[in-house]
Write a new protein. Sequence first.
Length: 215
Amino acid sequence: MQSVLHPSSPGGRPARPAPSEYTLIFFDLETTGLDVSGCDIVQLSAVCGERTFNAYMVPRRSMGYSASFVTGFTVEGDSLLQYGRPMMTVPLQDALADFLTFLRGFHSPVLVAHNVLRFDAPILLRSLRGFSLQNELERVIPGFLDTLLLSKDLPACSRVRKFSLQYLVKYFLGKPFEAHDALEDSKALEQLCHVWNPSPMLIRRHLYTVQQIHF
DNA sequence: TGCCAGGCCCTCTTTAGGGCCTT
């Protein structure tokens, strides 16, 4: 699904001086743990319709026990394994540069993830800053859309009491879901948003610029 | 060996505490 939003003011002029439409890019990270200020990315994935991005990296620090348990990632020597299978990895800097190139292929790409405000965005921005690439992301994307916050504002979720991605996928898509693979999670989130079909007003309400992310 | 996040939100709250959400 390539989602496009056309924001406009009551007067018919664009609500923001910048882009007149957004493309929703669903993305996800798998990391060495939940420590936002210190964990490393091991998988960076994104999807928009038929176009996907997927990169694996060997982390500088060890995988946390619980992170390994839920994602299946382990590190042996200089290799990243997923469920014991060696993965093709690239240096973090290359993955981030390639990700920016991927994003440049869309018009006004908005990065969408579940709990992106508190987890994915701060980690992504911290990683980019390490290679002086943070400003480049600011130039490429209008902002981030957090589906955790969005879901709590959706009429379709008025009876929902749990808002984890796992629960929402099971509730709305009717299938068990325990992926914890960044690409699969991104695809599931895209399907979820396709079902929700949130209004442009709701999307704008939960859109945050890079400058608004605390990390 | 022992450690293993943090901020928001809700309520049986506010002089607090527990659950949620991400890996």
